[in-house]
Design a protein around this ligand. Sequence first.
Ligand code: GLP
Length: 263
Amino acid sequence: MRVIIKPDYETVSKWVANYVVYHINKFRPTPERLFVLGLPTGGTPIGMYKELINLYQKRKVSFENVATFNMDEYIGLPPSNPQSYRFFMEENFFKHVNLKPQNIHMLNGLTKDYEKECRNYEKAIKDLGGVNLFIGGVGEDGHIAFNEPFSSLRSRTRVKTLTESTRQANARFFENNIEKVPTTAITVGVGTIMDSAEVLIMITGENKAEALQHAIEGNISHVWTVSALQMHPHGLIVCDKDATKKLSSETVAYFMDIEKNNF
Ligand code: GLP
């Protein structure tokens, strides 16, 4: 696993955006061979999306031949609801860049047939040759996408019941009212994410320090689903200094040293 430690949220956001652009350009995508990008929502990736839009406006990247798959969606919220992940993605990214609508994939939280929706999502990823780069964030309890503690580390796209702590953490987007946060979501599985050629997880802020510690120094465990990244051949964590507060000084020194001359 690689761990990149940056001084603050802004430098993490810029580093990740540049990394995404570098990978898209290196891949030289065409209409027949799309670059497949997995995307998250939440507070953490907002800075990355801003920087991606900035790089797009400066013509450093084109999303014309990029396909996207978002990680998850709340059940019961229509795309017109500002708290839906669809709305979030439109506002923070999609409407600002040249992605083709047919290349944008998001789970439908209003579907009548959840099993079919999940099956089709997995198939759509497979049909495009798999995800080249999956970007994610992490919950305070170490969940990736909506794979709450004790999710199978081999799980696939499915419906999950959200824990009270996740609903509490996300209540800030719902007028601080936990009652307004949906109780279920449709989400890619840990196994779905881990099948990607590369997985990059952004972890920022002191409130994520425990999650980062379990991700790097802890055992691989379904309690902290982000720890599955330890099994990935190309797992990458990009974090800020605040998030490293619970890591041992040896761990921090090791990664600072080994990554000092890298991208
Ligand atoms: C939600 C999302 C996750 C995200 C997490 C943390 O639970 N399903 O994908 O990583 O929130 O969000 P934030 O970045 O706002 O802390």
